[in-house]
Design a protein around this ligand. Structure first.
Ligand code: SAM
Ligand code: DTB
Ligand code: SF4
Length: 339
């Protein structure tokens, strides 16, 4: 046999994203995770290039409009009142403060402005105030997103009517692991709010956290659940747990970073048109792992020195990273690909 002749390929190039949308089985998603690393990265990059212009990254800026004092018990969250963290509870910001932050985000090059509040659910009078914020941020020409906890259908309608583009509400993990982390609400509560958001025609931003001590099987189940939502979310934030002192997960063993990259790749393949957002924990991932995440199909980041209460890479460092990797920022939300 000459040096150029090859034997059978070492790796069967399977499974691939189906051409027609079908429900993902747990076996199919597990098989993606199990692919040799380079094969998984190749398939994820191939899928990515089918649906998005090369190198386009969306920049989303977060603002905590109401911090801390939350009655929920989410085991990862520094804003839960019951845990003793360094977070100081504040009341809802004034409209002017929010608009100043939004103007700064726009000037720094952000595409999307996301307002987060540490509520289990907003009161109607809170929604009225957030409505004014949404109108003001929209008027600046930014895409708007809010994450305010559980919503009633009428509240979802008010937010939609104000011009809210996206509502962020995470499933966070698999249904069977959920009670290990959160007991003050259940998975169905989350699904109900997501349905209310869909019913009024808003786009959905829904993802979760990896590295909370869940098993590979549970990560598979979480991604399959997101991918099988009908339709799947337009935005999928994948957070890496930031273990915050004072929370139950403060001493959680660190996830293998390549498992995080695999999760991004599997999210990309199973939700090909979604913006997959590298979210919390980016500072700790470092440059090389972030670069792999972009290769795996991540095409959105939170941009700005602060998330809600935890740190994020400096905006300048992110600009340098994007330049170094030859990535570009998404110019306009008008090019958003819809599911
Ligand atoms: N209260 C609202 C809710 O729970 O939907 C909105 C805010 S909550 C902070 C938004 C998301 O932030 C959570 O669903 C979780 O995925 C993420 N998050 C919170 N704390 C985190 C941490 N320590 N590490 C990683 N992600 C975190
Ligand atoms: C999401 O999935 N991640 C963002 C956004 N949605 C609101 C929040 C991350 C918060 C990380 C912990 C903190 O900064 O408090
Ligand atoms: Fe409250 Fe949201 Fe934090 Fe849970 S994640 S404690 S609901 S702010």
């Amino acid at each position: 046999m000459s040096a150029h002749q090859t034997t059978a390929p070492l790796v069967q190039v399977k499974p691939r994203a189906p051409a027609v949308r079908v429900a993902w089985t747990l076996e199919q998603v597990a098989a993606l995770y199990d692919l040799p690393f380079n094969e998984l990265m190749f398939q994820a990059q191939e899928t990515h290039r089918q649906y998005f212009p090369e190198g386009d990254v969306e920049l989303a800026t977060l603002l905590s409009i109401k911090t801390g004092g939350c009655p929920e018990d989410c085991g990862y969250c520094p804003q839960a009142a019951r845990y003793h963290t360094d977070v100081k509870a504040t009341k809802l910001l004034d409209l002017e403060e929010v608009l100043e932050a939004a103007k700064a985000a726009k000037a720094a090059g952000s595409n999307r402005f996301c307002m987060g509040a540490a509520w289990r659910e907003p009161k109607d009078r809170d929604v009225e105030k957030v409505v004014e914020m949404i109108k003001g941020v929209k008027a600046l020409g930014l895409e708007t997103c809010a994450t305010l906890g559980m919503l009633e259908p009428s509240q979802a309608k008010s937010l939609k009517d104000a011009g809210l583009d996206f509502y962020n509400h995470n499933l966070d993990t698999s249904e069977d692991f959920y009670p290990n982390v959160i007991q003050t609400r259940n998975y169905q509560d989350r699904l109900d709010t997501l349905q209310h958001v869909r019913d009024v025609g808003m786009s959905v931003c829904c993802g979760g956290i990896v590295g909370m001590g869940e098993s590979r099987e549970q990560r598979v189940s979480f991604i399959a659940r997101l991918a099988n939502l009908e339709p799947y979310p337009e935005s999928v934030p994948i957070n890496h747990l930031v273990p915050v002192a004072g929370t139950p997960l403060e001493s959680q063993a660190k996830l293998d970073p390549l498992e995080f990259v695999r999760t991004i790749a599997v999210a990309r393949i199973t939700m090909p048109r979604a913006r997959v957002r590298l979210s919390a924990g980016r500072q700790e991932l470092g440059k090389a792992i972030q670069a792999m995440c972009f290769q795996a199909g991540a095409n959105s980041i939170f941009y700005g020195d602060q998330l809600l209460t935890t740190g994020n890479p400096e905006a300048e460092a992110d600009r340098q990273l994007l330049t170094e990797l030859g990535l570009k920022t998404k110019e306009s939300c008008k090019t958003e690909v819809r599911v």
